[in-house]
Design a protein around this ligand. Structure first.
Ligand SMILES: Nc1ncnc2c1ncn2[C@@H]1O[C@H](COP(=O)(O)OP(=O)(O)OP(=O)(O)O)[C@@H](O)[C@H]1O
Length: 262
């Protein structure tokens, strides 16, 4: 089960050192449960700092961050790969640390994130993109109520890039909140996301533009049933969503009872 939660910045101030200038000042911003927020801003604006505050990795000097859920998944901009483990050892260890009774729960993410061929590779020998996927897998071992992704598309190949909107959608559909930073214009991959723009040490929030969350059900909509090959289902869902359509569900005829939207 994914968890329902949000996150609320209440007059949050942060600086990296006592005598340094404020990186963020008087930040007020709310991310509602079930919603995605794209965090935008130029290099050095403070996006990573804001995300680390949301994830609880950094603590504000002033102000409070409310409503953080118990389980937070954080994927840093650079996965710290200088650890003496292979991919499988690391993910199984992380599963144990998180209290998962069966560390093999990690294997489902290994498969989904196309990491199978790298299970025996040491983290230090992984490419940046593959290391990022290991970082993503560890953040998802327990379904997070808040998922924080810092530049998640960096270094990913085209197949892996399509997984990000799917995973974001799964977390928010279950009532969780996702914060995603982006400085490369991947913004269109997450239609319906609200925007927080970090500039001049503060955050300007704006509502989702034209996404299904904002528009709600449209009386003029019709339901079109489409059949696709099982192996192409994930791609089809991503393409339909990217084109602005609402995917209501995915049924697998061979699986008893079918399943919900991926
Ligand atoms: N650990 C740190 N110690 C001191 N200053 C830091 C630290 N991390 C970041 N900064 C500074 O804080 C400011 C905001 O950095 P941050 O990484 O949050 O920006 P960003 O918007 O994420 O940038 P980018 O898009 O380049 O990742 C920058 O001036 C940066 O140099």
């Amino acid at each position: 089960m994914w968890q329902a939660s949000g996150v609320r910045f209440d007059q949050v101030w942060f600086r990296y050192a006592r005598r340094a200038g404020w990186t963020l000042r008087a930040v007020d911003a709310v991310a509602e449960p079930g919603h995605t927020v794209m965090v935008l801003g130029h290099n050095g604006a403070g996006k990573s700092t804001l995300l680390q505050l949301a994830a609880g990795v950094l603590r504000p000097q002033r102000g409070v961050i409310h409503d953080r859920p118990a389980v937070i998944g954080w994927v840093p901009e650079r996965f710290p790969a200088d650890q003496p483990f292979t991919t499988r050892q690391y993910l199984h260890r992380m599963a144990e640390v998180r209290g998962l009774r069966d560390p093999a729960a990690a294997d489902a993410w290994i498969e989904r994130l196309l990491l199978t061929e790298f299970t025996g590779t040491r983290l230090a020998d992984l490419s940046k993109g593959t290391a990022q996927k290991v970082g993503l897998a560890q953040a998802l071992l327990i379904p997070p109520g808040l998922l924080v992704l810092d530049e998640p598309w960096e270094g990913l190949d085209s197949v892996a890039r399509t997984l990000i909107p799917q995973i974001v959608d799964e977390v928010t559909t279950a009532g969780g909140t996702v914060l995603v930073s982006d400085h490369r214009g991947e913004i269109t991959s997450l239609p319906g996301a609200a925007h927080w723009t970090v500039s001049e040490s503060t955050v300007h929030a704006s509502a989702a533009e034209g996404g299904p969350d904002q528009d709600g059900p449209d009386e003029a909509e019709v339901i079109v049933e489409v059949a696709v090959r099982r192996r192409e289902a994930d791609q089809a869902v991503v393409r339909l969503r990217a084109a602005g359509h609402r995917v209501l569900g995915v049924r697998d005829q061979d699986v008893h009872g079918g399943s919900g939207a991926p």
